[in-house]
Design a protein around this ligand. Sequence first.
Ligand code: PMP
Length: 386
Amino acid sequence: TIEVLKTTSSAATNDPDGGESNLVINLDHGDPTMYENYWKQKGEETTVVTSSWQHISYFSDVKNVCWFLEPGLVRAVTRLHKVVGNAVTEGRHIVVGTGSSQLYQAALYALSPPDSLGPMNVVSAAPFYSSYPLMTDYLKSGLHKWAGDAYEFNKNEPYIELVTSPNNPDGVTRQDVVKGNNGILVYDLAYYWPQYTPIILPADYDIMLFTVSKSTGHAGTRIGWALVKDREIAKKMTTFIEINTIGVSKDSQIRAAKILQTVSDSCENANQKEPESFFDYSYKFMDERWKKIREAVNKTELFSLPDFSHETCSFSGRTFGQLPAFAWLKCEGEVDDCESFLRRHKIYTRGGKHFGASKKYVRISMLSRDSEFEILIKRLPAIIIS
Ligand code: PMP
């Protein structure tokens, strides 16, 4: 069972910290609630009103390869990539999905030949996003199978390599690692946004996945998009979604489009009508959190965090190192199972083995609300081995 942060009344306990030390903080999931305050102060600007007669049809644009894609979302996605400069949209088909999770599965379906002798190998360099093995194998498909860490893959067989950049869980900028020419690359760019990493170049790959979950924090809207060069692959991905869910919620697409347009507006109006853009706000927010967690970790010999080299962001002009959505924390010294160790201190995290890595590591969400994050940075330096 998952326990979440509960507010304990200080009157009910005799604890000097008001019962805070009893609270379980659950930082296992990457639930991106941290931008809630930004969106609250936007007020009416991002409100979408829908009447019951609207969005009734299954269809959005029958002339488009992705016939359930709302034209308003196409405009919003294309504009935002141009404003940020993080991906090339020219000559690409856009496929919308119920989160980028559905697009991941659509891509595997589209890229795995239906008539081959065995299932297609799917790999990603460890530590890899813990959902990839689950999403690849949960239906025990004959089309594809999880083949593990890309660094270890040495079969002379076709494969799909997932390149997650910046990477979940460790925030590292990545390139493909399998040496061979039998591979198809899928780029998961969920975190290639200027609050998490300096934008260096517009990404220009054949298949790129994005999501509102981590760019604007609207995970509950469940909207992702794929930028796909090859028309046949875009068509097959569309077929997967057609069979799987007969399209993607129009209400969600329209809401996502409104939010993405507001983000582009905030960038273009920054320093004029608005004090700061969404990405200025979210960059400062992540920078602040990383300063605090580094300070907390530096107070103890028990843990360490990765270091990142600094680069200049073409979007903001700022020079900085990665500010990942997760802290990839290592237990130094004799603690072998960092997840269980932190659990005993009521900090729930996801252990390294879920990511194909050592149990000495855990992934801690940096995307929680302030209340949980503040407890984390107080509790970490206070931990001693007993
Ligand atoms: N890819 C990566 C690397 C992620 O971290 C996540 C979210 N945790 C996803 C994909 C899935 O995002 P969505 O909510 O769009 O399904």
